[in-house]
Design a protein around this ligand. Structure first.
Ligand code: 5GP
Ligand code: MN
Length: 341
């Protein structure tokens, strides 16, 4: 964050504000962790603050402090709308353009109050007066830690805030494994542990909450995996019937896509998940090395994200989507033939 932006934020926060904090649709650990940590901080600074999520999120994220104060735009629509209309300042966290918040885009588009963006996705659009956008960051949680530090308030980070921030860093780095994990990321994580984040407990709460149904669904996903050795690619499909048969709940497929990358020689992994209610196939892309799934998702599947982790969607059937995906790979034959790391 540059000096002028820090001063501008300090000015905005020098008077009591009515603040709404918003993460992207289908919020993940980084989105919930960063918004809740910022919520605690802004309340500590004497502001009225509310986190409003566009829609629901997995149960394994619902233990964080402040979770019961979050408004769900789909479920608590009128309450959420009044908060947005009354807001004097908006923080948008962990997304790069307003299309990522679904139905919330409409009421937000009408506002004339200042927006502050804190985000690490590529190609941010310029809707915010103050943009703290840095694609080299491991997570928005690492950035919220920096943000609080820039404002001279690192001492105000409580064990509750530290746990929220640690959660998002841990989930967005694949437990400190992805290439976005820097020495600085580890230093921030260490500071958070010193401030009271219980790393073992957090790991347990997020990752050790499987139901038998979820493990069986994973079995189905792994059985469905298609390996395209020539393109160092592996993809998984899950149909609505398969999800229903295992009593699918939100979050159950989290992390499934990564199994493709655990195969020796695979550098591009994809999962296609049918969502009959929305009439789409939701897609997650992962890669290792310099094959940009952000560009691939942007070009072919109305999506985006980061170089090694991105998402997108398709409006055709599951089979058609998979067939279309396979037909695209020929154009990437050179990139997908490179050695993995
Ligand atoms: P995931 O596959 O875990 O849902 O998302 C991986 C990354 O891609 C995340 O950083 C997420 O924010 C981003 N992403 C997921 N879906 C979409 C999408 O439909 N559009 C864009 N622009 N980014 C997405
Ligand atoms: Mn993130």
């Amino acid at each position: 964050m540059n000096f002028e932006d820090i001063q501008a934020v300090k000015n905005l926060l020098s008077e009591p504000q009515k603040i709404v904090i918003i993460p992207h649709k289908n919020p993940d650990g980084d989105a919930i962790g960063s918004t809740l940590a910022l919520w605690h901080y802004l309340k500590y600074r004497g502001h009225e603050a509310t986190v409003i999520v566009p829609n629901d999120y997995p149960k394994f994220l619902k233990w964080m402090s402040g979770n019961d104060q979050i408004l769900n735009f789909e479920r608590e629509n009128s309450q959420a709308k009044s908060k947005i209309e009354a807001a004097t300042l908006i923080f948008t966290l962990d997304f790069n353009h307003l299309g990522r918040i679904g139905q919330m885009e409409e009421p937000l588009g009408k506002l004339t109050v200042p927006f502050v963006m804190i985000d690490h996705h590529q190609e941010p659009s310029d809707y915010a007066e103050i943009m703290y956008s840095d694609v080299t960051m491991s997570s928005t949680c690492e950035m919220v830690y920096n943000f609080i530090e820039y404002l001279g308030d690192a001492e105000s980070i409580t064990p509750e805030m530290a746990s929220c921030l640690y959660t998002g860093i841990m989930t967005d780095t694949g437990s400190f494994k992805f290439s976005s994990t820097t020495a600085k990321t580890h230093r921030v994580a260490a500071q958070l542990i010193e401030k009271g984040a219980e790393s073992t407990e957090i790991h347990h709460r997020v990752f050790d909450t499987n139901t038998p149904g979820r493990l069986h669904l994973l079995g189905t996903a792994l059985n469905n995996m298609v390996i395209l050795k020539d393109y160092q690619t592996a993809y998984i499909t899950l149909s609505q019937e398969e999800l229903d048969a295992h009593k699918y709940q939100k979050g159950d497929t989290e992390g499934f896509v990564n199994y493709g990358l655990t195969l020796e020689g695979i550098i591009f992994a994809v999962i296609f998940i049918e969502n009959r209610e929305e009439g789409i196939i939701k897609i997650s892309f992962r890669s290792v090395g310099d094959f940009s799934v952000n560009e691939f998702a942007r070009r072919h599947f109305e999506g985006g994200g980061h170089t090694n982790a991105a998402g997108g969607k398709s409006n055709t059937s599951l089979t058609e989507t998979a067939t279309h995906f396979e037909s695209l790979l020929e154009d990437y034959a050179v990139e997908l033939a490179r050695p993995s790391i």
